[in-house]
Ligand binder design. Sequence first.
Ligand SMILES: Nc1ncnc2c1ncn2[C@@H]1O[C@H](COP(=O)(O)OP(=O)(O)OP(=O)(O)O)[C@@H](O)[C@H]1O
Ligand SMILES: [Mg+2]
Length: 260
Amino acid sequence: MSNDYILETRNLTKHYGGVHALEGANFKLRKGEHIAIMGDNGAGKSTFVRQITGVEQRTRGDVIFDGKPVNFVGPLDAREAGIETVFQTLALADDLDVPDNLFLGRELTKWNFLGPFRLLDYKAMHQATMAGLEKTGVKIPNVRNPIRNMSGGQRQCVAIARTATFHSKLTIMDEPTAALGVQETAQVENIIRTLKEAGEPLILVSHNMRQVFDLVDRVVVFRRGRICADLDIKNDDVTGEDVVGYITGAKTQAGFEDAA
Ligand SMILES: Nc1ncnc2c1ncn2[C@@H]1O[C@H](COP(=O)(O)OP(=O)(O)OP(=O)(O)O)[C@@H](O)[C@H]1O
Ligand SMILES: [Mg+2]
């Protein structure tokens, strides 16, 4: 594989018993590229995300990340390798507060003047948390409350603040604004633009056509577990109506006839 790609999947497949949720996905993402994944409910989008990030073990196929075949054993493993993910069903720790969730697996420490071991640096984590949340625009009354007491939108913003706080090699967001109000959605879209300017690649799973056309260069469409279209929405003459046609199966693209 050429070094131009941050992520590639080959024949990526996931069956849940008789349910073929994902079938033979061949996918490539260039470094610095922002793409959207679209498709109807149940098309296999989140399944695809879960196979890449090691939430589940795939049935078959390969995942190549940053030039190397990978087989993550869980989302923290993927995160350590440089993939920051906002999951659709949010992978936050219910019993922890906001700063602890943000820094889960990458806690800041400081030298302890009493001895040769390091202490968790709560003050630095709190400050970084407030800075990250400010970028999402969400108001959380008390960040020291456990996550379980927060609304869906607040939880989503905590997960997004995490991606805005740490640099990663790849960010994946699975319907990040589904539970957000208009203002918070606009803020999250700004975070995505900032990632683009910084040259950090992104996979955005979204049902929101306006958002997709505003933010990304390319749309990959999933239908019934298969990739059925790969659309260059910046350079080609592709309209929102066309994308809907691929999503519903009314349109097919040459090379993807299997998925129709
Ligand atoms: N753990 C599971 N066990 C059995 N079937 C599953 C499981 N997870 C997902 N599926 C099935 O796999 C298919 C794809 O689901 P997936 O969640 O990937 O869809 P999606 O494209 O993300 O949809 P949405 O837009 O609603 O989020 C669906 O038919 C779903 O019912
Ligand atoms: Mg989904």
